[in-house]
Design a protein around this ligand. Structure first.
Ligand SMILES: Nc1ncnc2c1ncn2[C@@H]1O[C@H](COP(=O)(O)OP(=O)(O)OP(=O)(O)O)[C@@H](O)[C@H]1O
Ligand SMILES: [Mg+2]
Length: 266
């Protein structure tokens, strides 16, 4: 099996029942192959089906048509091998940071010693060792997001899904977390699908950037990011390849955002 058969979206579509009974066409004819170890970023206007795509991948919802396969079998069957950082910050408020990170290890039956070893290692790597006994409400937004990410990584998933994980953070914290994420990815080379509304972030992190159309979400364009790694995230804007891709993505997305806005008014 070649690595480009690793993860495959095959003519995927999803229609929801809208509140007034009319169908909401969230995704249509979405086909894409993701190679093992690839860092794929996805951008698209609000409501174009990005979160739906990830929910279908882990089996939280079922497609109306088409399929998602991981190594040739339905992706949802592999859900225990997939780490998911959802769009909402959802650390369990009744558990400390360390207990949150160890939760996926508990449900997989690791003993306390092994769990502690793994959570200590991850907490140290993202600079949170001193905060391990705090509860979510005692952590800053950036700390909680780091917690969400390392919890999704703790059990060594083969595929990691991230839905706008750095959305509400300030620019400096965002770059710090992007760097930490790229370091973790460089070490472990998992397949990552990362959704963002920030085009600079999509380029900074991705091997390829997928641009989706307004609803129903289809693939509008796929761009290779021709910038060598490791990337210096603080100076990417000086890189001509970065600048020209940014302007291309900006134009492609602007069209879709205005089309989405027209749809809202209709
Ligand atoms: N459970 C549901 N029932 C009905 N409609 C839904 C449901 N989930 C999503 N939708 C609709 O499907 C469309 C796609 O939603 P989705 O959350 O995937 O968009 P998104 O691209 O993630 O948007 P955003 O960038 O704002 O997070 C939207 O129109 C949304 O209202
Ligand atoms: Mg979403």
């Amino acid at each position: 099996m070649t690595s480009d058969q690793h993860l495959e979206f095959d003519c995927l579509s999803k229609t929801f029942d809208g509140p007034d009974g009319a169908p909401v066409f969230a995704l249509d004819d979405f086909s894409l192959r993701v190679a093992e170890g690839e860092f794929l970023t996805i951008v698209g206007p609000s409501g174009c089906g990005k979160s739906t795509l990830l929910n279908l991948l882990v089996g939280l919802d079922h497609p109306t048509g088409g399929a998602i396969r991981l190594d040739g079998s339905p992706a949802w069957e592999h859900r225990l091998e997939i780490g998911y950082v959802t769009q909402e910050d959802n650390l369990f408020p009744w558990r400390t940071l360390r207990q949150n990170i160890e939760f996926p290890l508990e449900i997989r039956g690791l003993d306390a010693k092994a769990r502690e070893r793994r959570s200590n290692e991850l907490l140290a790597r993202v600079g949170l060792r001193d905060f391990k006994d705090r509860y979510a409400h005692q952590l800053s937004g950036g700390m909680r997001q780091r917690g969400n990410i390392v919890r999704a990584l703790s059990f060594g998933p083969r595929v990691i899904l991230m839905d706008e994980p750095f959305g509400p953070l300030d620019a400096q914290t965002r770059i710090l977390l992007q760097e930490q994420l790229l370091d973790l990815w460089a070490e472990e080379r998992k397949t990552v699908i990362f959704i963002t509304h920030d085009l600079q972030e999509a380029i900074a992190l991705g091997d390829r950037v997928v641009v989706m159309t307004a609803r129903p979400g289809r693939i509008k364009a796929i761009h290779e990011v021709d910038i060598p790694r490791p990337r210096d995230l603080h100076h990417l804007h000086e890189n001509p390849a970065f600048r020209s891709l940014l302007s291309e993505l900006w134009d492609a997305l602007a069209e879709e955002v205005s089309s989405a806005a027209r749809m809202e008014q209709a």
